[in-house]
Write a new protein. Structure first.
Length: 153
């Protein structure tokens, strides 16, 4: 399968990624809402709040995406990137698209002088674990505890 990875930009790319982003959200139990998906991505791109890496097939179809959010490590006084979203269309899975998106994310982090690239995934998402570990990601185990405070319940 031939594809290329590039940074998404503008409304056209938000529209191209939106169906995949909607499927990604559904994977995590959210109801489908293509308008919400498109509007969310448009805002992230137009405000520069995220970097979206897009895998495009030969016919310019969206095969997958990765979305990175900027953050910082106060202890190291440096930037870091959070690889928050990674999704590959079912028809493009096991063809190197996810690995290529992950490598593009790593390269972006290096180019921007980041101290690290972090990610988290649900414990049930075992399919992703092997990919992450094969790329050098180290599971933090009990060295950290992840907490969340839901604000709109």
């Amino acid at each position: 399968m031939k594809f290329k990875i590039r940074k998404a930009a503008g409304e056209r790319d938000a529209d191209l990624v939106a169906p995949l982003f909607d499927s990604y959200r559904q994977f995590y139990g959210k109801p489908g809402d293509l308008v919400l998906a498109r509007d969310f991505l448009r805002k992230r791109l137009t405000t520069g709040e995220s970097v979206i890496l897009l895998a495009e097939g030969e016919s310019s179809e969206a095969l997958g995406f990765a979305q990175l959010y900027p953050s910082f490590t106060s202890v190291e006084a440096r930037r870091l990137w959070i690889l928050n979203d990674l999704y590959v269309a079912a028809a493009a899975r096991r063809r190197g698209v996810g690995r290529a998106l992950m490598e593009a994310a790593r390269q972006h982090a290096v180019e921007t002088g980041a101290a690290r690239l972090t990610l988290e995934t649900m414990a049930e998402n075992r399919g992703a674990w092997a990919l992450y570990e094969s790329l050098g990601y180290v599971w933090q185990g009990d060295s950290v505890k992840f907490y969340a405070l839901e604000l709109d319940k």
